[in-house]
Write a protein that binds this ligand. Structure first.
Ligand code: IVH
Length: 678
């Protein structure tokens, strides 16, 4: 080994050690400066000597700018969820079932239930090999590049007594302070704030650029070890061992002999949960012995050896000062309670949801009432009742607004629906809502824009239609100002800088490359979601053909019914919509299928209708694309005319039977690849 390789190895080891001391143990022993110096040296050496590159080098924690579509990976062991219990008696029932099944003594481990998203990490020869999200429990997204940026996830393990290959599962979370800071930033830069730390963690982990993930300070707590050669038969002991290997195993766990001790653990954490720097939504109780876990076994979706106890929502009393009415992006009017500020679930609450007019009437909620406010799983608290004993004598029943607080138009209500809504398409929240939909991730995916920026553009008269976005010029943007009022009523002015403006325009420009199906989804035809947009595009190929399609032609398409067909024809009958499309076309957006992207590769499936059913190793849409590329046609229902049934895992028994009865060949994923010569 030459001395360069030696030096690189030493630096990596040292940096890994300090990283562990800082992020896992929270006990740094060197200064940030010394750490940075070592990192710089390593970066320089790796650049100069690329032959020593290693994806698990500490330098790789900063991520990279390459955009990736996540690969789907099958889990070796399905990722189960937990049965929930909400009361002590349900907990006692759980213990009763465990006792009946097991012969010998048993004990439990109680852990916190971290409120994030679960992840499966695979280690081979002591190095992180792969990180996969839960997905549907059977397969998930390969998020290795993003997980590498989480500093508390070890890239190389300590010691030598770990199994050659094993899996460890845990929860990726965003600490509360990181979440709050991120939302302040997002509000200031005009992006949509996240609803809660869990959504923020999940949104971050699914970003396609790992360099951005690296900036978000996620954390990862591990709580479950799987594999064939685990160190001991005890879940608790194994986790202690995993801690020695360098994993962040929270020390909030306790071994409990039975229900009384579990109860005590729950009570302690129910009281102390808001002192934690991250969110938890309950307690997880697991049988400790792995042999006993196997004896108890699993149900379809959850193990019999574990259960989650969910904390009851916290509830407080406070005074309702007034009711205001918010008009949403769809025009629906939501009543909001303005409350006397009160502490609830770790935060100060001043506003709460009142749902809709029916709910106000049902609970007879009135201004100046003392109301009960609750925070459930969602971040927005809700008013759940009135303390009638405290109602003032002169109180008056609430009359719901009759006119839109934004545009003054009369509100309407559809038969059978709870919400009142403003029927004026040109009411400003709806206009902004359409633009927000247009830029959203699954539509044009312009993430340099967000709620706040759209508001600023709209308020300044620069954008009142999605087509206006494509006319924006940098000079119009630089210097635009907006006043932000935070929760404490403090007002601050933010203004657009040149960098922000450039960045925004680059995002808008890049969106011109978005394929037709995304554009079709983005223009917001009612009831046309992503999948429907794809279907329409596959069938009509161009916007002109779609606009000219008759009601009957639309209905003839698989899975397009009366409601969607009507909505499509209605959309194209309105001149303001066709005007908008003309303007977007002029701007250079894609309104036709890019035929070059679709290459006819062979005709082996020519004339064959193929039904695809079950779970595959790659996304189902890719399979459908392959069918088309080889001349076949994908259909949804099995009939006597079906050429093949392509059967994935867990395909429905009924379909299988039908194929047998009709004597239709059923082929596996592998056979399919062989058929198309792949
Ligand atoms: S054990 C087979 N332990 O809760 C059981 N899960 O509702 C595997 N979670 O999907 C899970 N904290 O994402 C376990 N200490 C903990 C947990 C935990 C949070 C999550 C996990 C799981 C979900 C089930």
């Amino acid at each position: 080994m030459d001395h360069i390789e030696q030096r690189i190895g030493d630096l990596r080891k040292e940096l890994n050690r300090h990283n562990y001391l800082y992020y896992v143990q929270s006990q740094p022993v060197i200064s940030d400066y010394d750490y940075d110096m070592m990192m710089e040296e390593l970066e320089r050496l790796e650049k100069e000597y690329p032959q020593y590159a290693d994806p698990n080098s500490p330098t790789q924690r900063v991520g990279n700018d390459i955009n990736v579509e996540f690969r789907q990976v099958k889990h070796q062991y399905p990722m189960l969820s937990l049965d929930n219990t909400y009361s002590e008696s349900e907990l006692a029932d759980f213990d009763e079932r465990v006792r009946k099944e097991l012969t010998g003594n048993y004990r439990y481990v109680c852990e916190l239930k971290y409120d994030g998203l679960s992840v499966s990490l695979i280690y081979r020869h002591g190095e992180l090999l792969r990180a996969v999200t839960r997905g549907d429990g059977l397969q998930g997204d390969d998020v290795t590049a993003n997980v590498r940026t989480i500093k508390s996830v070890p890239l190389k393990l300590h010691g030598a007594d770990f199994p050659e290959e094993f899996e460890i599962r845990g929860e990726i979370i965003m600490p509360n302070n990181v979440f709050e800071k991120l939302n302040v930033e997002r509000t200031e830069t005009g992006e949509t704030p996240f609803a809660n730390p869990r959504n923020a963690a999940s949104g971050t982990l699914k970003m396609q650029n790992s360099a951005l993930v690296a900036k978000r300070s996620l954390d990862c707590f591990l709580y479950f070890l799987l594999g064939n050669h685990l160190p001991t038969d005890s879940h608790f002991q194994n986790l202690q061992k995993a801690r020695e290997w360098g994993f962040k195993i929270p020390s909030y766990a306790a071994v409990c002999a039975g229900v009384p001790e579990i109860r005590q653990f729950i009570a302690e954490w129910d009281a102390a949960r808001y002192t934690l720097p991250f969110g938890i939504d309950g307690i997880v109780i697991k049988v400790d012995s792995l042999a006993q876990q196997r004896q108890l076994g699993i149900r379809a979706k959850s193990p019999r050896w574990a259960v989650a106890y969910k904390f009851p929502a916290e509830r407080v009393e406070t005074q309702l000062n007034s009711i205001s009415y918010q008009v949403g992006r769809t025009g629906a009017v939501t009543p909001v309670a303005n409350l006397e500020p009160v502490r609830l679930a770790g935060t100060t609450v001043k506003r709460a949801s009142l749902h809709n007019a029916d709910q106000i009437q049902l609970l007879d909620i009135r201004v100046n009432d003392t109301v009960y406010v609750e925070k459930g799983g969602e971040i927005i608290p809700k008013v759940v009742g009135v303390n009638l004993d405290k109602r003032p004598a002169d109180s008056q029943p609430t009359l719901f607004v009759t006119h839109c607080p934004e545009c003054g138009g009369a509100l309407q209500r559809n038969e059978g629906e709870a919400a009142w809504f403003c029927a004026n398409n040109n009411c400003s929240p709806q206009i902004k809502g359409r633009i927000e939909h247009f830029i959203s991730r699954k539509a044009m995916n312009i993430d340099s824009l967000g709620e706040g920026k759209i508001e600023m553009l709209y308020d300044n008269g620069l954008v009142c239609n999605v087509a206006d976005l494509y006319l924006l010029k940098e000079d119009q943007l630089v210097g635009l100002e907006k006043i932000i009022v935070d929760d404490n009523g403090n007002r601050r002015k933010i203004s657009f800088g040149r960098r922000t403006a450039e960045n925004m325009l680059a995002g808008i420009e890049a969106s011109k490359q978005a394929p037709f199906e995304r554009v079709l989804y983005a223009i917001g035809i009612r009831y046309v979601g992503e999948t429907t947009a794809q279907k329409l595009v596959r069938n009509f190929k161009t916007i002109e053909a779609l606009a000219a399609a008759s009601h009957e032609q639309l209905l003839a398409i698989d899975e397009i019914g009366e409601r969607i067909a009507l909505s499509v024809t209605d959309f194209f009958a309105q001149p303001n919509n066709t005007d908008m499309i003309e303007r977007l076309k002029k701007a250079g957006l894609q309104f036709a299928v890019d035929e070059s992207a679709f290459r006819q590769k062979s005709e082996v499936l020519k004339g064959k209708s193929i039904v695809v059913s079950g779970i595959f190793s790659i996304p189902r849409d890719n399979i459908k694309k392959m069918i088309a590329e080889h001349g076949g046609k994908n259909v949804s229902a099995i009939s006597s005319g079906t050429g093949y049934v392509l059967a994935g895992e867990k395909m429905g028994q009924e379909k299988l039977k039908k194929a047998e009865t009709l004597k239709i060949p059923v082929i596996s994923e592998e056979e399919f690849y062989r058929l198309i010569g792949n």
